[in-house]
Design a protein around this ligand. Structure first.
Ligand SMILES: NC(=O)c1ccc[n+]([C@@H]2O[C@H](COP(=O)([O-])OP(=O)(O)OC[C@H]3O[C@@H](n4cnc5c(N)ncnc54)[C@H](O)[C@@H]3O)[C@@H](O)[C@H]2O)c1
Length: 260
């Protein structure tokens, strides 16, 4: 018996990075997984791998998360296959770095649509099925940038602040229906997204040196947190912002050189 056996999960951005690890671990722990991504080739490969190990436990669907119409289509198809969704992992996101002086309305709106509106409309679409099932767990992906400053990422930072804030509002609004909503506040996680932040070996080494635990997070580190939040083990946890950053956010400005 897995930790999320009997549950049906929808994971967005499951084609690589954290979403891939989350989809894999949820299937490993017994959930049926609707894995979606705008990159259909990638998510098909992820699902093929999952189904090789855990027979018929996942399906892959093409999904543009910023589109309400696509949400409706994907959710209906997923429910038809596996039954009412009881776990929603709003993971898909884009970084789109841009200095403040070059930022346009179009850039701002695109980042807000993909990172924030997508997660809100995902909740709106899935909740009727969770109510039908008697409850559920929603896990939204924010970022440490929601609470810390992050230069060159104004729109990204604003979008993640929005996710962190509306997750709390949703938690209160949905609590009477036994639907929990929690938000992940990740530090630096080693996924392809990082290449956009530190494209060179030197910049990566510098960023690594600032990590209190001496390493970046792994996608699977986020997977373990998601399994906990998705499972009944976390049944009293809602409205929380789960910081998972290897200590990065509590480190002071002055970094003494410590012996390892
Ligand atoms: N990697 C980090 O250090 C880090 C830190 C904090 C927060 N996050 C957040 O974690 C989440 C996962 O990031 P990751 O590191 O795995 O990134 P990633 O770039 O490796 O993966 C993101 C996935 O989302 C998909 N995607 C992008 N736009 C989409 C769209 N419009 N519709 C559907 N799918 C789309 C991509 O195809 C990709 O498969 C994101 O929300 C990101 O903002 C990442």
């Amino acid at each position: 018996m897995g930790r999320v056996s009997g549950k049906v999960a929808l994971v967005t951005g499951a084609g690589r990075g954290q979403g891939e690890a989350i989809a894999y671990l949820l299937a490993k722990e017994g959930a049926k997984v609707i894995a979606t991504d705008i990159n259909f080739d990638n998510v098909k490969k992820v699902v093929a791998k999952i189904n090789t190990e855990f027979k018929e436990s996942a399906i892959a669907l093409h999904h543009e998360v910023a589109s309400k119409d696509e949400w409706v289509k994907v959710v209906e198809e997923g429910v038809k296959k596996f039954g009412p969704i009881t776990i929603l992992v709003n993971n898909a996101g884009i970084l789109a770095p841009c200095t403040y002086d070059l930022l346009t309305y179009e850039h701002w709106q695109k980042v807000m649509d993909v990172n924030a509106w997508s997660q809100f409309v995902g909740i709106q679409t899935v909740v009727p099925y969770m109510k039908q099932a008697g409850g559920g767990s929603i896990i939204d992906s924010a970022s440490l940038s929601a609470i810390n400053a992050c230069g060159r990422f104004s729109a990204y930072t604003a979008s993640k602040g929005a996710v962190d804030a509306f997750s709390r509002a949703a938690a209160i609004e949905l609590a009477p229906f036994n639907i929990r909503v929690n938000c992940i506040v990740q530090g630096v996680i080693h996924t392809p997204m990082l290449d956009e932040v530190w494209p060179t070996k030197e910049s990566t080494a510098e960023a690594l040196a600032a990590q209190p635990l001496g390493r970046f997070g792994k996608a699977i580190d986020i997977g373990y947190l998601v399994v906990y939040l998705a499972s009944d083990e976390s049944c009293f946890t809602t409205g929380s912002s789960q910081v998972i950053d290897g200590g990065l956010s509590v480190q002071g400005g002055v970094r003494p050189v410590l012996e390892r």
